[in-house]
Ligand binder design. Structure first.
Ligand code: FAD
Ligand code: FO1
Length: 465
């Protein structure tokens, strides 16, 4: 594997002893460069290999919906590792407290972890590194071109990062080696993991039900990908912006939890029998947009507040802060989809019910929150809260960047000035009507609504009530 993917996080040297991979963002056994790096080191030094996942119950407001999906995917991964004679440990609590204890018990000689630009992960790693004395390596297993390598600064937009990514991609476009059966076993056998018990007893918000329209896990992710390639890829450019069609891949939850590798998706799409133009449009989203989001969160520590907006956006939003708002809603009214706009309400209902709002409508949904609140700060807070509460793919760099783009002009330019939004790009109900059949999307009966509501089928399918 291309060693430029690997980044040493501390000066401590590795010692004889098992190699431990602290799995976090990339929760899969196959196509995982961090795990492959850990296994290579363990085989070279004839040492055991172990994987550990640290379950943090209070992860950025995640609800039962997210832990259900994640833990079921992790259970599948643990079984796959077991079949390769690789021990899997599930810990609960804060990683910087729990992981050093396991490393000591295993007499580990080296720690490997995966890359994640989010603040919470950087803090976990910094705290952990203060408490261990062995060499620690970080491997970017999420991006095709490692984030740290793609650029050494925050990029202005897709147009500036795109050439850097495409220039470097060939160096990282390698096929994944198979994960091998591991010849050396750890001394400490992991206890049997009571998965159902853990999910039942986890102290999390249970008011957001698991979704039923999307099966979790690496196998389901691979099936989703092959189904999209077979039925959706060819028409992706035309269908992806019509919320009445299932024109998107539906892969984001799998990518978010690392249950499938974006590089695997890209390799399968690249070799699929489909129009080149359709492939390129899809790969632009999957590779360039994702890389831009990681770049934004990695280099801009204010990725989830208005301090992270570009200066022109801060200025224009400030200049229009006192503009009259025709409508003003509270977080609760937004959450309950009780605005005057049937399209916005339908978007909110689709997200609440199915865990997935259509990508085109996510822009409209966020921009309207800006229009119907007193400030961009309040709008961004509400958008992040609702997105991360209901979307299966929430708490992701793509989300913080998507919301900052919609509300704060990040990765965008100034547009014609108007009330409230200033020069932030505007999206209108009529603009949506010109793009797709809004009545069809909002008017479908069958949902218990006091006005219009989205068809549940537009997302991952009906959720359990
Ligand atoms: P497809 O259209 O099939 O795209 C395939 C993959 O490409 C996606 O899974 C994703 O990894 C990537 N991608 C597509 N569009 C974008 C984009 N605009 N930015 C970054 N990556 C992209 N994406 C999330 O993963 N989590 C979020 O919380 C999230 N919140 C968003 C909030 C707003 C306000 C906006 C405007 C966008 C948000 N996005 C988020 C980005 C995008 O809307 C979703 O990734 C996409 O809708 C997921 O559905 P899909 O996998 O079917 O997409
Ligand atoms: N990562 C962890 O290492 N431990 C967790 O307990 C954990 C919970 C979690 C819940 C919801 C969610 O959306 C993500 C969660 N993650 C957790 C992080 C996730 O794996 C991703 O790494 C980041 O959210 C995306 O960068």
């Amino acid at each position: 594997m291309n060693q430029q993917r690997v980044f040493k996080l501390n000066n401590a040297s590795t010692a004889p002893g098992p190699v431990v991979y602290w799995m976090s963002r990339d929760q899969r056994a196959a196509d995982n460069w961090a795990l492959l790096f850990a296994q290579t080191r363990a085989r070279e030094t004839k040492q055991p290999l172990a994987v550990v996942f640290c379950l943090a119950p209070e992860f950025l407001g995640a609800t039962l919906r997210h832990y259900d999906f994640m833990l079921k995917g992790l259970q599948e991964t643990a079984d796959e590792l077991d079949a390769k004679h690789i021990a899997f440990f599930l810990l609960q609590g804060s990683p910087d407290a729990q992981i050093p204890r396991l490393l000591a018990k295993l007499k580990a000689g080296c720690l490997v972890t995966d890359f994640d630009p989010l603040r919470v992960k950087r803090r976990w790693k910094a705290a952990l590194l203060r408490r261990i004395g062995i060499g620690c390596y970080e491997v970017d297993a999420h991006n095709i071109v490692p984030c740290r390598l793609a650029s050494s600064k925050q990029e202005f937009g897709a147009y500036t990062i795109r050439p850097k990514i495409w220039r470097l991609t060939p160096e990282f476009w390698e096929e994944f080696p198979q994960l091998k059966k591991h010849p050396f076993g750890v001394s400490l056998k992991p206890a049997q993991i009571p998965w159902d018990n853990i999910l039942r007893s986890l102290p999390v918000d249970r008011s957001v039900a698991p979704v039923s329209g999307l099966r979790p896990g690496a196998k389901a992710a691979a099936q989703k990908l092959s189904g999209f390639i077979r039925k959706g890829l060819a028409t992706y450019p035309q269908a992806r912006n019509d919320p009445n069609l299932q024109g998107q891949s539906g892969l984001s939850a799998y990518l978010h939890f690392g249950q499938i590798s974006a590089q695997r998706v890209a390799r399968e799409v690249r070799r699929a029998r489909a129009p080149e133009e359709a492939k390129e449009v899809f790969l632009e989203e999957l590779i360039i947009r994702q890389a831009l989001s990681d770049n934004f969160c990695f280099y801009n520590d204010d990725y989830d507040t208005s301090r992270g907006f570009p200066l022109w956006a801060k200025r224009t939003l400030l200049a229009h802060r006192r503009d009259h708002r025709e409508y003003l809603y509270t977080q609760e009214q937004f959450d309950q989809a009780r605005t005057h706009d049937p399209l916005w309400n339908a978007c909110q209902r689709q997200m609440r019910l199915t865990g997935k709002m259509h990508g085109y409508l996510r822009m409209y949904w966020a921009k309207k929150i800006l229009e119907w609140t007193r400030s961009a700060e309040q709008a961004q807070r509400i958008a992040i809260y609702l997105n991360d509460r209901y979307e299966l793919d929430g708490r992701d760099p793509n989300g913080y960047a998507g919301i900052a783009w919609s509300i704060g002009g990040v990765h965008d330019r100034a547009w014609g000035e108007r009330a409230v939004l200033g020069k932030i790009r505007y999206m209108s109900y009529n603009g949506c009507k010109a793009k797709f059949d809004v009545k069809l999307f909002t008017g479908c009966p069958g949902l218990p609504v006091d006005n219009c509501g989205a068809r549940a089928g537009g997302g991952y399918g009906n959720a359990n009530r």
